[in-house]
Unconditional design. Sequence first.
Length: 173
Amino acid sequence: MRADALRWHLLGIVETLCLPDCWIGAGFVRNAVWNHLHQGAVAAPEGDVDVIWYDPDCTNAAEDRRLEDHLKTLEPAIAWSVKNQARMHRRNGDSPYTSATDAMRYWPETATAVAARRIGLDGCEIAAPYALDDLFNLVLRPTFRFRAEKRAAYEDRIRSKGWIGAWPLLTMA
């Protein structure tokens, strides 16, 4: 993350929010790793930059929108998406999540269930409830909910994202 100036900068911006259990996740980390492993140039984050945080005492969606607006004033070129994971279980039909990392266990792919946060000038912490093997080994594997119950949604997602074309070394598990 430190080697990617834009991502490092964005992690620093999010750190200034001082939100509890706060991370930037999903494609922000996944795509950076896949680009690196495909020996591609460092590329700006594509699509939304997914900021996740966890505070069960502040589950009003309006707070997420306020944070998005604030982030847009700090870095307007970025498509910020902010979601307090303490309320997202309702939208997803899951049991309540206990942390941001717990919420990531319900994301579609193991390689996507990863997030980073900056700690001070030089520190970076990674959250990965399914570990990092699939991400670094370029394996697309559905998480438990998407193996059977939501398999069609997982397969549609893989096709619609065009990941195999963009990163041809990916394999499906």
